[in-house]
Each structure stands twice: as C-alpha cells, then as structure tokens.
Design a protein around this ligand. Sequence first.
Ligand code: SF4
Length: 234
Amino acid sequence: MKNSPHKEIMRELDFAINELQELEAYPLEKLAEIVKDVGFECERCTRCCTREYNDHVFLLEKDVERVLSIDPDCTAPAPYFDFCDKNGTFYVEGYALRYKDDGTCKFLKNGLCSIYNERPSICRIYPYMLHREMDEEGNLDWRQVSGLNEHGYYHVEMDDETSLDIARQVKEYEALYLKQRINFFKTVLKHFEQNKLRHVQRQYDLLMRNFDKGEDVGVLVYHKGKLQPHKHKI
Ligand code: SF4
C-alpha cells in the first residue's frame, strides 16, 4: 500500500472497514443506556436545521430518491470532497440537502419540518450518533451525542423499549453510512485504475481555493454504485 498510487484511497478504505467492524461490535445495550441517560427531547428551536449549526444534512442512498420526489432541486453534492484527479474532477461520497440562501434547510417552513414523515434518516436519529472521533487528547473515542447541552431538553424520562429502539436506529444509520463510504472508495479505486487516474493533492488544494471563491467545479458524486457528474458551486 505504501507505494501504491492510490494509497490515500486505500488508507481511507481500511479506516472505514475497521470502523464498521468496531461499530458492529459496539454493544447495543450500552448505547441504549446512554440514550436513556441523555433523555433528549426536541424543543423545536430549529437550530439543527441550519447550516450555521449543523453544516450539512447528509443523505443516505435510500433517502435521495424520496426527497427528490418531493423537490427535484433539493440535493447537492455533499461538501468536503474526498479526492481530485489531475483533470480537476472532484469525487465525493454522496449527496446532501441543499440549504436556502439564508442557511436554513429547504424543507424548514414556519419553524417546522414540512416533510416530517419523509425526512432523511439523519434527521430521524439526531442528535444521537455513533462515531469514532478524536477526543481532546487526540485519542480516538466514541461520540454518541451531537451538540450535547446546546439545544433541547435533557434527562426526560424514557422507557427501555424506546431507548433500545433509538439505539438500534442509530447503529443501523451509522452502518449504512459506512457501507456507502466503503462502496464509494471501492468505486473510485476501480474508476482510477480503469482510467489511469489518481488523487492529486496539489490540484485538490488549488481548485478548492477557487471553489471557495465561488467558481464552478466538476464533481462526481457516488450514488448506487455509480459516479454521477455535477457542475457545482457554493
Ligand atoms: S429535512 Fe426537516 S428535520 Fe431535516 S433538516 Fe430539513 S427541516 Fe430539519
């Protein structure tokens, strides 16, 4: 792997495979206990539906067609592109919801989610998660709640069945996300090998600077085993 022209992809692929194994081994009951102890209840502040607070709403593959059937213009390539080839094409693992110019989700209307029953998977489990992230000392550790104590009500009474159900949904979401990421890496790897391409960091940095200034870039977005072309600007 050290001398492979695709070492960046293979490193990310290994990391995602390892994280999926760790996720599957994480005890459901332990997560359910944390969920029950946190006892989160939404206070409808709507902060989690804004770019300022949540950066972006990532869509799993199974969410994409559902939200597009409600609004055909509601998706965009997820931010933070993963790779860039020598021709200046970026690659990213999936789609995100498009925000309005004021930085709020397209579906937030009068302080409520207008597609509540059809909302994306991430909106259903929020603020719970099961990510391995660096802690303050730089060690990899599990993070289970987003924005703890920054919004909502806490320590609201919850029965065991509800906390187990939430924990199950969180693990399911994270597993689907990691499988999508793994398939994305495998697809890019194949695409690079077939087309004699590789990731070029210098090109990535240069074009990202232009993109941040508002220039168009070409992006290939992973969706259901394929890389779909997009013209994209901020
Ligand atoms: S889809 Fe609904 S719940 Fe999800 S961010 Fe948009 S308004 Fe909020």
